[in-house]
Design a protein around this ligand. Structure first.
Ligand code: SF4
Length: 411
């Protein structure tokens, strides 16, 4: 059992107060330091009667050297290490499945929560770029999703719960650690170069946890990533886009997928609440916040190519009109069908023709390469398989029990 941490409730803001509460409540449970922001960790050490700078020391051990054992933190006194061992832990979500593709794509399924818990997935996609080898990690923010976009396998799983900051940053921690586990601690380095908040869930509907995780990604004592290399992708929660503009400076991507309200209402139902005009205006405000900042020069527009649904030449024309006053780069995504998906993937020719219309009009328009086909790299697919396997295992257990019962009654 850990000791109770006593803190003064004077002059603590709401966030610190909730940390305080969680530390006090944690008398029986170890406190997980993995998801704590710098401010939270500094407060934590002050509450322990320690100096604030311990926070940055411990952050480096956790996020730059991928150490989970306090005994390895050689610049921390033995007495403090012992204390930390008793009351804290550094715990990433449990990996229940990992799959490394021949093309370098890596995918993990994590169990989050107690007991059987729930499953979320994370994908790492490597690519060569002018700065060398880029490794982009696609991170989940919720278990399932409430928004039910009609082409999305995560939406079909429904919403279960929000991820905590430790479960969100834990995905980045684990992806880095997967390259470093056999490397001596002193030689370890951060390998993931880019993050996109584009996995399972709508990140802006788990705002506080996502914000605090992205702050850790940018923090020099944690991952120290450039703000241009951290992208939040949203289906269009307009008020939260405005809030994000005030709170952090990261790149913004919009899961657009349709160039008019009628079609978007069908593909991305949140459009009924925040239609295209409102969404585009929010993107313009986001860029205008400080237009000279490099992370805010443009918005990335994600557009999944669905055969015969949103890939006609007139859709490309409508898209041109819609985006004419929004500095944007367009990313066309060939649809990756999942079991029982109601759509097919647009033909290569159709995608290229769509791209040409946009490029000829002056837009930077790329076609996303299909990667990791051999490991089901589309959002939600691997979780579906693991869950299926679990169900199948249950059915198998039932069958065996029935057979045993028959044998027992016959015998
Ligand atoms: S596309 Fe994104 S927002 Fe829409 S259901 Fe899937 S995870 Fe949710």
């Amino acid at each position: 059992m850990s000791s109770v941490v006593v803190v003064s409730s004077e002059n603590v803001d709401e966030k610190q107060q909730s940390l305080t509460t969680s530390v006090v409540q944690a008398a029986d449970k170890k406190v997980n330091l993995l998801g704590m922001s710098r401010a939270e960790l500094e407060k934590f050490f002050e509450d322990l009667g320690e100096k604030k700078f311990r926070a940055s020391q411990v952050m480096k051990w956790i996020h730059q050297f991928f150490v989970t054992d306090f005994a390895e933190m050689s610049n921390i006194s033995g007495k403090l290490r012992e204390k930390l061992e008793k009351i804290c832990e550094i715990k990433a979500p449990e990996v229940v499945h990992r799959n490394y593709s021949k093309d370098g794509t890596r995918k993990w399924v994590f169990r989050v929560g107690d007991g059987e818990g729930s499953l979320v997935e994370t994908v790492l996609i490597p690519a060569e770029d002018k700065t060398g080898a880029r490794k982009t990690l696609c991170i989940s923010s919720q278990v399932g999703c409430a928004l039910d976009c009609s082409f999305c396998s995560t939406g079909k799983q429904g919403f279960q719960r929000d991820l905590t900051p430790a479960e969100i940053i834990g995905q980045l921690w684990m992806a880095n650690y997967s390259y470093m586990e056999d490397v001596p601690v002193a030689e370890r380095e951060r390998t993931v170069t880019n993050v996109v908040m584009m996995g399972m869930g709508e990140p802006l509907l788990n705002y506080d946890a996502v914000l605090s995780s992205m702050q850790l990604m940018l923090d020099d004592f944690a991952y120290g990533m450039s703000k241009r290399r951290v992208t939040l992708s949203t289906s269009g929660v307009v008020p939260k886009i405005d809030q994000l503009a005030q709170d952090i400076d990261v790149a913004l991507a919009i899961s657009l997928h349709a160039p008019n309200d009628e079609l978007r209402n069908e593909l991305v139902p949140i459009n009924k609440k925040y239609p295209l005009q409102q969404l585009i205006a929010a993107c313009q405000r986001y860029l205008a916040k400080d237009g000279n900042e490099s992370s805010r020069r443009h918005v990335t527009i994600e557009y999944v190519m669905l055969e015969g649904v949103n890939d006609h030449p007139e859709h490309a024309q409508q898209l041109l009109k819609l985006l004419k006053n929004l500095p944007s780069k367009i990313n066309l995504i060939p649809f990756n069908p999942f079991p029982h998906a109601p759509y097919g993937r647009s033909s290569r020719n159709r995608i290229i023709a769509f791209q040409k219309t946009l490029s000829d009009a002056g837009f930077v328009c790329t076609i996303r390469q299909t990667r990791g086909d051999d490991i089901d790299a589309a959002c939600g697919q691997l979780v579906g398989q693991v869950a299926d396997r679990t169900r199948r295992a249950e059915q198998w257990k039932k069958k065996v029990a029935q057979r045993q019962e028959i044998l027992r009654t016959q015998g």
